[in-house]
Ligand binder design. Structure first.
Ligand code: ADP
Ligand code: MG
Length: 772
């Protein structure tokens, strides 16, 4: 033991000398100067002494003050200085993989090192970590996975959980596990960091915790709400209420009014933008017509004109545009690149900032462009608190957000853009005032802002808990409801019970709440269980290609557009694709049609003619890749094959797989004399399906049921008895043989040969699956 200690001591002294040498080099001194200018640096001693005296420390401070890059570094430096450099083990979690990667790189360079020396990172499928790595940045998911095999985090000296104000599901989950661990590991230190934060909530959760605040400074930022932007133009906003599928939504109609004789420059720019938007910006159109003000249809033109105005008339400074997601960003970027000024690389540096950007692009975001070049960054809410771009002076905020594609895979509903909270809006605005007074264009009316919620509800309270429950089971954390009752803010008991019940019905959990084989596979796929089931069976039955389209389609904004004033035309367009009582098959056809058109560079026209959203099509395209790589991780598809394309597939098989995924979302079709109604299985509510006169199938499986005045089903597919028998319910339970034998008898009597063959195939595959 003495020998070991000596080796560690010697290694630690080497690290100390290395650290000192760097800090005395000229580059190192310059870097240290920069670091010392950050507000966090002024609190260095306070932070370190708090950490030595408390097990739990909570640190809050304005975005950009240096929490993420500095605090873990302080800990590392002080451990090295005190001779523990070779034995400390610091883990800092980030909610997103992109921040884990970019922060680790930054910290390594602040220490004059390459990644993989004392600083490393680890995210799903990727990582750089060496023998000497003492500070590891990773995603929250990675730490949770590590807990699976190493329950007491042996050898870890500090856990730093960053960005806890976001209150993501994974972070809340991690806190429960860590809280249990702390008494068993008295020397372990837990540091929680956040931008804006209800520190008391966290402190009382942990009993005793020291709270530290890092004071920051920002310049004033002038706010322009939508009506301010429209001031003096020939347009005005009038509110009205619209009833849509989700209930009542406040909308604003943009109507024409007599323009002022003498207009300000910005007013005429805005007016031109709106005139142009009315005419040609269709790709952003949603259910509502363009005349209605909704951030989804702000029109890229409007943003384009505003950017142009800023480039031509405003003082120097970078522009940060907050968009809802990376699909929007990509489409807008394509559009702007075609613009004579904004696409001119000698005058404008146009960059994207989202969860799946390339790392070469990441670095450019932080660089200051050459003189006379305007930097414009199109970002998701990732730039709200986790990434700070120093030279931003102008912010354009569309007011909505959705998760980046990777994170959102955890949870489909998050992929729909929704209004942000007041706190988020303030954060976004604050990004404009870091170096000098700034301007923020909030592209929504003031009254919309006033109606924003103060804080976003924590994810654990607002999203389905099925995936979380599976994860609790896979970590062997005991009873699900008992475990969740110890959360920072526990979800409702009913929500937990519903989730468990659902998991039992689909066969992911058995009667005693234990994971089944299916459940274990589902935990490997970070998607909603119903999507996971479809992917698994699609892979097993070799019809993955269409299923990838369906699953991706269910995760993006409805690609079938129904503009306000062209409802009939749009429905006629959709009906060409949906001749067989299935929204999902219609989507597959639409996507394949688009893909073919795209090959001949006619993708845009195809969408335009068929009332399809180009953005959604592109989003589906890249999600397909993403889902495919998830499946490859599970080993269910050949990891060597790069292609999953098989353009010919059996439509019945696809229906069956959809049925497998959507069960228990089933209703029976009841025909009356003239019309028909639908009865859902669970509660017998009646609902009316859309325009079909008659459905020649006994059942419909559906993705979502929404209750407004009557019940509406979204995205349904008609299925027959045999599909429901074979694929509805759980087929992976212990009694699979009996189940299948019984069905086998059935099949011989009345099923089509194709289905019989399918059954044989399922059975063989399932047998193999269970064996393995
Ligand atoms: P916080 O976590 O408090 O929001 P950070 O530690 O992320 O702050 O950032 C502190 C400062 O370091 C910011 O001013 C930011 O601009 C700068 N910074 C962070 N990452 C990079 C990078 N990769 N390149 C250049 N500067 C960076
Ligand atoms: Mg940070």
């Amino acid at each position: 033991k003495g020998m070991m200690e000596k080796v560690l001591w010697r290694r630690s002294m080497q690290l100390r000398d290395q650290q000192r040498a760097w800090q005395e080099s000229s580059e190192g001194r310059e870097m240290l100067e920069f670091r010392k200018s950050l507000p966090a640096y002024k609190e260095r001693d306070a932070v370190l002494s708090a950490i030595s005296q408390n097990q739990v420390i909570i640190i809050s401070g304005e975005t950009g003050c240096g929490k993420t890059t500095q605090i873990p570094q302080f800990v590392l430096e002080s451990e090295i200085e005190s001779g523990h450099g070779a034995s400390c083990n610091i883990i800092c979690t980030q909610p997103r993989r992109i921040s884990a990667m970019s922060v680790s790189e930054r910290v390594a360079s602040e220490r004059g090192e390459q990644l993989g020396e004392s600083v490393g990172y680890k995210v799903r499928l990727e990582g750089v970590k060496g023998r000497d790595t003492r500070l590891l940045f990773c995603t929250t998911g990675i730490l949770l996975r590590r807990l699976l095999v190493d329950r007491s985090l042996k050898g870890v000296s500090h856990v730093i959980v960053d960005e806890i104000h976001e209150r993501g599901m994974n972070e809340d989950f991690l806190l429960i596990v860590l809280k249990d661990l702390l008494p068993r590991r008295p020397e372990l230190r837990l540091i929680l960091m956040s931008a804006t934060l209800d520190a008391d909530l966290f402190a009382s959760y942990f009993g005793t915790a020291q709270i530290l605040h890092i004071p920051g400074f920002t310049y004033p930022v002038r706010t322009h709400f939508l009506e301010d932007i429209l001031e003096g133009t020939g347009y005005k906003l009038t509110p009205y209420n619209q009833i849509d599928d989700y209930g009542q939504e406040k909308m604003w109609k943009m109507s024409k009014q007599a323009p002022r004789k003498r207009k300000s420059q910005i007013a005429s720019v805005v007016e031109d933008a709106l005139k142009a938007a009315d005419l040609k910006d269709y790709s952003n159109q949603t259910r509502e017509s363009l005349a209605c003000w909704n951030p989804d249809c702000i029109g890229f033109n409007f943003i384009e004109y505003l950017l142009c105005y800023i480039c031509e008339n405003e003082r120097p400074g970078a522009v940060l545009v907050f968009m809802t997601g990376w699909d929007d960003i990509n489409s807008l970027k394509d559009k702007l690149l075609a613009h004579p000024l904004l696409g001119d690389q000698t005058r404008v540096l146009l960059l994207a900032c989202h969860g799946s950007m390339a790392s070469s692009e990441q670095r450019l975001i932080f660089d200051e462009p050459e003189d006379g070049v305007r930097k414009i960054v199109l970002a998701t809410n990732i730039a709200e608190t986790s990434i700070t771009i120093n030279d931003v002076v102008f912010v354009l905020d569309c007011g909505k957000a959705k998760e980046t594609s990777y994170d959102a895979l955890n949870n489909t509903p998050c992929l729909l853009p929704s209004w942000i909270s007041k706190v988020s809006a303030q954060q976004r605005r604050g990004r404009a005032g870091r170096v000098q007074p700034g301007e923020c264009y909030q592209l929504y009316p003031r009254c919309v802002y006033n109606a924003f919620v103060e804080y976003q509800l924590p994810e654990i309270l607002r999203t389905p808990l099925q995936s979380l429950c599976l994860q609790i089971k896979s970590l062997n954390l005991g009873s699900i409801s008992e475990f969740l009752s110890r959360a920072l803010q526990s979800p409702e008991l009913l929500a937990v019970q519903n989730a468990i019940e659902y998991l039992k019905v689909i066969g992911a959990l058995d009667e005693n709440e234990n994971l089944t084989v299916l459940g274990r596979y589902l935990t490997m796929l970070p998607v909603e269980p119903k999507l996971g089931k479809m992917l698994l069976l699609g892979a097993i039955l070799n019809c993955l290609d269409p299923i990838l389209t369906v699953v991706s389609g269910l995760s993006v904004r409805d690609p079938f557009l129904t503009p306000f004033d062209k409802k009939d035309l749009a429905e006629a367009a959709k009906s060409q694709f949906s001749r067989d009582y299935s929204d999902h098959l219609a989507l597959i056809r639409a996507y394949e049609g688009w893909k073919n058109a795209e090959r001949e560079y006619a993708g845009y026209d195809y969408c335009w003619k068929n009332f399809l959203s180009l953005q959604s099509m592109k989003a589906i395209d890249s999600l397909r890749m993403e889902f495919y790589s998830l499946l490859r991780d599970t080993g269910l598809v050949d990891s060597n094959s790069t292609s999953y394309s098989a353009w010919s597939y059996d439509e019945h098989l696809v229906r069956a797989v959809i049925c497998y995924g959507l069960y228990p979302g089933v209703c029976s079709v009841v025909h009356n004399e003239k019309s028909f109604s639908l009865k859902t299985m669970e509660d017998g509510q009646n609902s009316v399906n859309s325009r079909e006169a008659k459905i020649p199938y006994p059942w419909l499986v559906f993705n979502e049921k929404i209750k407004v005045n009557s019940v509406f089903l979204r995205d349904s597919t008609a299925v027959n008895d045999s599909m429901l028998l074979l694929f509805g319910g759980s087929i992976s339970s212990g009694d699979i043989d009996g189940h299948l034998k019984m069905l086998g008898g059935y099949l011989e009597f009345f099923m089509k040969p194709a289905v019989a063959e399918m059954y044989q195939c399922v059975r063989r595959e399932l047998d193999d699956l269970i064996q393995s």
